[in-house]
Design a protein around this ligand. Structure first.
Ligand code: HEM
Length: 424
């Protein structure tokens, strides 16, 4: 017998379910938290306890065999084509295009730990202290650029620009590269899950691949000669000191994952927060009166409207999970958004309550286990600073579109576009 699940429509990118994915998983979460959809061909993990088991065991629940394979199949095609461009190997070295680029989110332990160490040091709360004045200044510049009463498309016109500027500074890319970085990110995001590309689209993606790699190559050369305090310099230094250094190709991939992972996610979170405040003006008033409650508001938003709704894994050995027998080779999708609405962990989970205890420690908006997001402190800092300024400067926000469409994705959750007016 084939069982159909309500969440299948969500994976089929049904507009209503994308806008509100929370009800699609309610039934399975309580009755059958680990379920297999024959239609979709993968398992869905819908509760907090089993999601944590998946996150923690990154060897049995492999990202390398899942997300990494996608890289091989789809991204690798672009790498091969970029490496065949006339002169590419002269510019980028004979090795260019030969690595499988399975790093960070595309790697499993123990290699994964080595890749993490390259970036983690620069992203700890302590290391970020030195970046705080710069991020504060960036938030000021952006918020100063908003005119009260004027319509702004918040997603592209503010959030994407702001978060990419912050990540450009941290990486060590000059700010005038931000438009280019946004284009590259859009290109990289469109490479996966879109097998029906036209020749023209493929050529554009090869441009993205080659352009990004060639640019990073020059940056890495430069930092080897003239190190600074930026993330590229740190990575170059740590990699050179490693017994098993990563190749240039792999380093390009580390930089790509940091740029892509560090921009759209935070921008999506910020946009959803502004949308929520537009619908709930009383919350704006509350936060304006007590700005030190903004961090709690942010955590509750991350829980209720998780910007990354879920992520895939491949099962590497037969294993029991949530009363189900999974087999080596099975695919599963682990739901962060649905786990964050698990009533076993969060009382009355569909209610916004910024006074919840232990919120940051309990929600899984940033995943968990070895792959837990390395950008949590940075995101918390950049979002707090910009929200504080917006809320302090204005008295509210008006949604021009009361029912904005959601991003067409079952991984990223947030408005695709958000026209708004800030009120003086
Ligand atoms: C609200 C903002 C953010 C959210 C919701 C978010 C969410 C996540 C999640 C859920 C994962 C784990 C994915 C999985 O296990 O399959 C992850 C990993 C990752 N994130 Fe974030 N992220 C955010 C911001 C950032 C920032 C600012 C950076 C850059 C500094 C970043 C860089 C990365 C990287 C490189 C990984 C892969 C880590 C690894 O595999 O070890 N993220 N993120």
């Amino acid at each position: 017998m084939t069982t159909e699940f309500k969440y299948e429509k969500f994976f089929g990118l049904d507009e209503e379910q994308l806008k509100c994915p929370h009800t699609a998983f309610e039934e399975v979460r309580s009755e059958c938290p680990v379920s297999r959809s024959d239609g979709l061909g993968f398992w869905v993990v819908a509760d907090h306890e089993n999601a944590q088991k998946v996150f923690r065991d990154a060897s049995v629940f492999s990202t390398k065999k899942m997300l990494g394979e996608q890289v091989s199949d789809e991204w690798q095609r672009m790498v091969d084509m970029a490496a065949q461009r006339p002169g590419a190997k002269d510019v980028l070295g004979e090795d260019y295009g030969t690595s499988d680029r399975k790093v960070l989110l595309f790697a499993d332990p123990p290699e994964h730990g080595r890749h993490r160490r390259l970036i983690m040091g620069a992203l700890t709360p302590n290391a970020l202290k030195s970046w705080a004045p710069r991020i504060e200044e960036t938030a000021d510049i952006f918020v100063d650029g908003i005119a009260a009463g004027e319509e702004v498309e918040f997603v592209d016109g503010f959030a994407n620009q702001y978060t990419m500027t912050v990540i450009a500074d941290i990486l060590g890319f000059p700010r005038d590269m931000v438009p280019q970085m946004l284009d590259w990110t859009e290109g990289f995001n469109s490479m996966v899950g879109n097998p029906d590309q036209t020749d023209e689209q493929i050529e554009a993606l090869v441009d993205t691949r080659y352009g990004f790699d060639a640019y990073c190559n020059r940056q890495i050369d430069d930092r080897e000669a003239n190190p600074t305090e930026d993330l590229i310099s740190r990575i170059v230094k740590l990699n050179a000191a490693s017994e098993t250094p990563l190749s240039r190709d792999d380093l390009f991939q580390v930089l790509q994952l940091t740029m892509v992972g560090g921009s759209e996610t935070s921008a999506t979170a910020l946009s959803k927060m502004i949308e929520f405040l537009g619908r709930n003006p009383e919350m704006w008033v509350e936060l304006k009166a007590e700005t030190d409650r903004i961090p709690q508001f942010m955590e509750e938003m991350l829980r209720m409207y998780s910007p990354v709704q879920g992520s895939f894994r491949a099962v590497t050995e037969d294993i029991e999970l949530g009363g189900q027998q999974l087999k080596a080779g099975d695919m599963l999708w682990v739901g962060m958004g649905t786990s964050n609405r698990d009533p076993k962990v969060f009382d009355d989970p569909d209610r916004m309550d910024i006074d919840r205890k232990q919120l940051a420690a309990n929600h899984v908006a940033f995943g968990g286990g070895p792959h837990v997001c390395p950008g949590t402190s940075l995101t918390r800092m950049e979002l707090r600073m910009v929200l504080e300024k917006i809320i302090t400067r204005f008295s509210g926000v008006e949604l021009v579109d009361q029912d904005p469409a959601a991003k067409k994705s079952f991984n990223f959750y947030g408005p695709a576009a958000l026209p708004v007016r800030f009120i003086s």
